[in-house]
Design a protein around this ligand. Structure first.
Ligand code: FES
Length: 124
């Protein structure tokens, strides 16, 4: 989720996928760490790739009321993490525009991990 509250965000995550992951077989009470930076290779869960990005994972406990399926956000812009809230629908154009207009764009060729000013990642 872009950080900075309802005001203009102060940093932006990478977008692994423009739509949710459908997750099955979560156990009520199970503790999960939802990736908020978008860099984890174990989406939608954290693999500690966020180090040095300023993002931290969301600690989430699977609710006691059991569900068969969970729609877990993969775009990282949801306002109800870790659940998908539909924000991903209008997101691709916003992300591309932000990256095209990024003030740090000249530094993108040297970017090792994530430009938090726009969400650019080197292998995007
Ligand atoms: S995948 Fe992020 S809001 Fe739907």
């Amino acid at each position: 989720m872009a950080e900075g509250g309802s005001e203009k965000p102060t940093k932006y995550p990478a977008v692994p996928q423009y739509g949710p992951y459908t997750i099955r077989d979560l156990k009520p009470g199970e503790k999960k760490k939802w990736c908020s930076c978008g860099l984890s290779k174990k989406q939608p869960w954290c693999d500690d790739s966020h180090k040095c990005t300023g993002f931290t994972p969301l600690l989430w406990t699977v609710p006691e009321k059991q569900q068969k399926l969970y729609q877990i956000c993969a775009c990282k812009y949801t306002r109800k993490p870790p659940y998908c809230d539909g924000t991903h629908v209008n997101l691709p154009c916003d992300v591309l525009e932000r990256q095209k207009g990024c003030a740090q764009q000249k530094e993108h060729s040297n970017c090792q991990k994530l430009c938090t000013s726009c969400g650019f990642i080197p292998d995007f």
